[in-house]
Every structure is written in structure tokens, then in C-alpha cells.
Design a protein around this ligand. Structure first.
Ligand code: KE4
Length: 433
């Protein structure tokens, strides 16, 4: 089998062999396993600013950013200092801290829909809890999600899921019972008519819609004009809870997330990734009348040993203060536009059918010959070409997301020169596809 890369990755290969004896697939999350691009995953030694360094001594410009959190760049000095300072006072108390209130105040001030918030330890916990709250508050069972949207590994949402579930052909995972998925209605993203028809059919049975307001988990797919507005209007009409899963878009596309960009306010919002500054932290929040139904103020159960952990809240608060006080979004938009245009031009120059879809510093080069509005189109992308593009860029010191069904992210530490290098590398690689 032809080698996928011309670089030597002997140490990573040895580390992978060892890891495969210890952990399923040698990884602790399938997105990292490289199954979508073939070959073996690269083991990372450290990261700094825009760079990843693997254990074979190779340096890469990082366009994964830990799948979104690292908008400030890796190892930001003020974030690291906040974590160290917190760790010196202990790592977990199992009792409330003012640090949780500080981060909660930052989140409530930033996100239009959030008047009260609960901190948890992952995006999955946030979406799982938001769904339970919506069902508890409405007394209804059915939920609507959209094909290609990924909301973490919640049983009821592992139906037609995106991200690594889509890659690994388990959009409906074994172990998710028919009883669990029976109440999950799956529609095509951006299909306004299908959404309206579903509500006309059973709107009064629907507890919640959960959606990615800008999809990252089938690649970057923005909402069509009217799609979010229609979801909002239908939820108003049928007293259904509208949940924006902003685990990826929160603090990424704007300080107030996608909801602040599009001017559509959900009833609940889920957060993760950036809100924890790269530490294990998620959050869900929204209308006070909903959030006060969460135990112990209400009856909907949710709990967590490490929820609001002192180190995670320190990293999250340091991150949000830096984003609030020196917003990088204009720079990210300028360099994002340059990168998106540059990658698209490189594909066109090579005669490679493609679509570039982007919002700010999250984007995807789809190997497709039609616009991608939903999973209906995304599933037909040329994954073989994508894999060769991925490995070709690895050889050029550029580490893209290891899947066609992911968005790339870059940070405020990526410079004009870094973007230029990436575009030049893409020209070279795409010309050889
Ligand atoms: P976590 O449980 O992985 O923190 O969050 C789940 C989640 C929820 N909602 C959205 C919109 C998400 O994108 C995610 C997680 N994203 C994936 C990458 N697309 C995480 C990478 C991984 O699974 O390793």
C-alpha cells in the first residue's frame, strides 16, 4: 500500500501500537483515530500558539485547535497562569466556589439567551441535560434533531449523528435502543418545509428542537435564510423548547455565538470547548423559568462530581475575559476570508471540484461539485480525495481536521504568513491530487 506520507512517524507508530493494546482503537475519542483519512494517528508532544509538535519532532500549523477550544492559541500565558494559580489551591473541593459564579456571570453577560446557567464537564453533558430539561418542562417526549448534526454521545441524539459517528458509519450506534431513539425525529438540516410539516403533524408532542445554528459536524454548513427563524416561530406557536447547540459556535463565530450573529434567540443554549479554555467544561443555560426547574431549585435531576471544577472555571474565565476585552473576531474574519478564498482558488487552479463554506474562523473545503445544505449533499463528498489532501498537507507541515465531516478552526495566533504558507501548501498538494 502506497505510503500516505513522506515524513517519518516511527515514534507515533510505536506509541499507537502501544495505545491499541490499552484503549479501544488506541484513542479516547474516535475523531482522533484517523479512520476517515487512513493511516495512523500522530501523537502530540506539545503545542504552542498556532503550532502542534508531534513526538517525531515534526511541527505543524494547527487547524484543529482541539476541535474548537483553542481560539486564543495553544498555551496562552494568561490561561496557563490561571490554571496553575488555581491548582496551587487544590484541584477539586466538591463544594461551591466563587470561581463558578465568576464564569457564570461572564457567560450570562455574553450569550443573549442565557439568564441562568449550569456548568457541567463536557458538551455531551450539556446537551443531554438540556434535552432532559426540555422534556421535564414540557411533559412531552419527542425531540427533533437534524441529520449530520452532532450533539455528543447522548443515546437519544446518536441518531443520524455527524462528526466521527458519520465517518465511522455508526450514525445510529449499536447500544442505542429502539425505545430510546423512538422519540427522536430526524429531519434534513435547512429543510424548512419538512420542519413545518413535522410540526403540523405532531407539533404538540414535540418537547424540543436541538440544532447546530451553524453546523460544524458534517463540515461547515451555515443556516439558510429563514431556517433558524422558522424554528423559532414554530417553537413559539407549539410551546416547544428551542435549543441551540453552540458547543462549537459559542465564542467562536462571535463573542455572543451564532445566536448573536443571526439575531435568533433560543430558549436554551449549550456550550463547551472555548467556554472551558481547553479544560473539561461545558454549560447549558437559558430562560430562568426553565433553568429553575433543574434540581435543587426544581425537580429535573442533573449532577456532576467535577461540575464547575476550579481549574476548568479558571481556564474558562481567563479565556472569556481575554475574548471580551480584546475581541479577535475582526482579525479572524479577515484572515478567515483570506484562507477560505485561498483554499478555494487552489482547488480551482487544480481543477478539483469543491465548495468552500465558512463562517469566520470555522470553515470546510468540501470535495463536492454542489453546495452543501445538509447531510443529503454532504454524504456524497469525495472522501478519498479529502484523505489525500489531508496527508499531503501533513507533509507540508499543515494539520487539517482528519475528516471531511469536520470544520477547521484557526486561532488569533495564526498570522498572515501562516495563512500564506497554508495556501501555498494547498496549491502544491491539490495540484498533485
Ligand atoms: P463533547 O462531549 O465532545 O465536549 O461535546 C460534544 C459536542 C456537542 N455539540 C457539538 C456541536 C459538538 O461539536 C460536540 C463535539 N464536537 C466534536 C468534534 N466535531 C468533538 C471531537 C471528538 O468527538 O473528539
Amino acid at each position: 500500500m502506497e505510503s500516505l506520507t513522506r515524513l517519518s512517524h516511527l515514534k507515533s507508530e510505536a506509541a499507537y501500537a502501544r495505545a491499541c493494546q490499552l484503549m479501544p482503537g488506541g484513542v479516547n475519542s474516535p475523531a482522533r483515530a484517523f479512520h476517515a483519512v487512513g493511516g495512523k494517528p500522530l501523537f502530540i508532544q506539545q503545542a504552542a500558539g498556532p503550532f502542534l509538535f508531534d513526538i517525531d519532532g515534526h511541527r505543524y500549523l494547527d487547524y484543529i485547535g482541539s476541535w474548537g477550544p483553542m481560539i486564543l492559541g495553544h498555551a496562552h500565558p494568561q490561561v496557563i497562569e490561571a490554571i496553575v494559580h488555581a491548582a496551587e489551591r487544590g484541584t477539586s473541593y466538591g463544594a461551591p466556589t466563587e470561581a463558578e459564579s465568576e464564569l457564570s456571570e461572564l457567560v450570562i453577560a455574553a450569550v443573549p439567551s442565557i439568564d441562568k446557567v449550569r456548568l457541567v464537564s463536557s458538551g455531551t453533558e450539556a446537551t443531554m441535560s438540556a434535552i432532559r430539561l426540555a422534556r421535564g418542562a414540557t411533559g412531552r417526549d419527542k425531540i427533533i434533531k437534524f441529520a449530520g448534526n452532532y450533539h455528543g454521545h447522548v443515546d437519544s441524539l446518536l441518531v443520524a449523528a455527524g462528526s466521527s459517528a458519520a465517518n465511522l458509519g455508526v450514525p445510529d450506534s449499536p447500544g442505542v435502543t429502539a425505545g430510546t431513539s423512538r422519540d427522536t425525529l430526524v429531519l434534513e438540516y435547512n429543510d424548512i418545509d419538512a420542519l413545518s410539516e413535522m410540526f403540523a403533524d405532531c407539533g404538540h408532542e414535540i418537547a424540543a428542537i436541538i440544532l447546530e445554528p451553524i453546523v460544524g459536524n458534517m463540515g461547515c454548513v451555515p443556516p439558510r435564510p429563514g431556517f433558524l427563524e422558522t424554528a423559532r416561530e414554530l417553537c413559539n406557536r407549539y410551546s416547544t423548547v428551542l435549543i441551540f447547540d453552540e458547543v462549537m459556535t459559542g465564542f467562536r463565530v462571535a463573542y455572543g455565538g451564532a445566536q448573536s450573529l443571526y439575531g435568533v434567540t433560543p430558549d436554551l443554549t449549550t456550550l463547551g470547548k472555548i467556554v472551558g479554555g481547553g479544560m473539561p467544561l461545558g454549560a447549558y443555560g437559558g430562560r430562568i423559568d426553565l433553568m429553575d426547574q433543574i434540581l435543587p431549585s426544581g425537580k429535573v435531576f442533573q449532577a456532576g462530581t467535577l461540575s464547575g471544577n476550579p481549574l476548568a472555571t479558571a481556564a474558562g474565565s481567563a479565556t472569556l475575559k481575554l475574548l471580551r476585552d480584546a475581541p479577535p473576531y475582526a482579525q479572524l474574519e479577515r484572515l478567515g476570508a483570506k484562507l477560505g478564498a485561498g483554499l478555494s482558488h487552489a482547488a480551482a487552479a487544480a481543477g478539483v471540484p469543491h465548495r468552500m463554506q465558512r463562517v469566520g474562523s470555522m470553515m470546510t473545503l468540501f470535495f463536492a461539485d454542489a453546495d452543501i445544505f445538509g447531510w443529503r449533499e454532504a454524504q456524497h463528498c469525495d472522501r478519498v480525495k479529502f484523505a489525500r489532501y489531508f496527508w499531503g498537507l501533513i507533509d507540508e507541515g499543515v494539520y487539517m481536521p482528519c475528516s471531511q465531516f469536520e470544520a477547521l478552526f484557526f486561532s488569533q495566533t495564526h498570522s498572515e504568513e501562516h495563512i500564506d504558507h497554508t495556501i501555498d501548501a494547498a496549491h502544491k498538494v491539490l495540484a498533485q491530487l
